[in-house]
Design a protein around this ligand. Structure first.
Ligand code: COA
Length: 219
């Protein structure tokens, strides 16, 4: 999700009326998703300072849409994530490491069609935590939430071709590159090519089953 994390021009959520939707639990509050070393939880306004410090560095932000530039702008982004979650179109988790409550990054999932049949996800983690296993464990937790709770059947991701870690991260968790979106992402005045990836529910369930047979705990 290169168009992350917040675009003020899209901040115009149409709130459904009570008789239009059945509000599910995740719309009221995101569940806490706990793994061995990672805990994913709802974002809080107090996460703004650490997310600002973690996600605005050049190495983190060079291949994603510019993140908010101030702590106050991150607070507005976090409030927006709550409104979108309540509306049932988007979920954004804070990434924390077990035993510490500090937000070191985010995973976000947004619907691509009403009802979350297909969705797109994106992620960003402070560079001090790259290569530590935080991404892989967090991604597996998010995939479980996406396919089991949101009932998504197809989860897409877009990743700038030059983004070596982003492409490597997607491939190692089973995302399949399906195509190339030529000059689809404007960054620093240049249009970049993006690879289009997807994970479909059937493939994800099959890989969970084979991981279980191999004695690995997936979700
Ligand atoms: C994307 C991100 C969340 C991944 O987290 P991470 O901790 O760096 O990911 P991991 O180290 O677990 O996995 C990255 C994989 O890519 C591989 N990789 C690194 N550089 C690479 C390159 N230039 N080309 C190909 N693969 C590369 C790594 O070796 C690793 O695979 P391995 O674990 O099998 O060795 C993190 O790098 C990040 O926040 N980047 C900035 C934001 C961003 O680009 N978001 C993604 C948008 S699609």
């Amino acid at each position: 999700m290169e168009k992350m994390p917040y675009r003020p021009e899209l901040d115009c959520v149409q709130m459904p009326t009570a008789d239009q939707v059945t509000t599910t639990d995740w719309q009221l509050r995101l569940p806490v998703l706990a793994g061995k070393q990672v805990v994913l939880r709802e974002l809080r306004a107090s996460d703004a300072a650490s997310l600002h410090a973690m996600l605005t560095t050049e190495e983190v932000s060079r291949f994603i849409s510019p993140p908010p530039t101030t702590v106050e702008a991150f607070e507005r982004f976090i409030a927006w994530t709550h409104r979108m979650r309540t509306a049932g179109t988007y979920a954004c988790f804070a990434i924390t490491v077990s035993g510490y409550d500090t937000a070191i990054g985010i995973f976000q999932v947004r619907e691509l069609e009403p009802g979350f049949g297909s969705a797109e996800w994106g992620f960003a983690i402070g560079s001090a935590f790259w290569g530590t296993g935080v991404f892989q464990e967090g991604a597996e937790l998010v995939l479980g939430f996406t396919f089991d709770t949101l009932k998504v059947h197809r989860l897409e991701a877009r990743c700038a071709v030059q983004n070596g870690r982003g492409n490597g991260a997607l491939q190692k968790i089973g995302a399949v590159q399906e195509g190339m979106l030529r000059k689809s992402f404007l960054r620093n005045g240049h249009y970049l090519d993006q690879a289009l990836y997807a994970i479909v529910e059937d493939d994800w369930r099959a890989s969970c089953a084979s991981a279980r047979m191999a004695g690995m705990h997936v979700h």
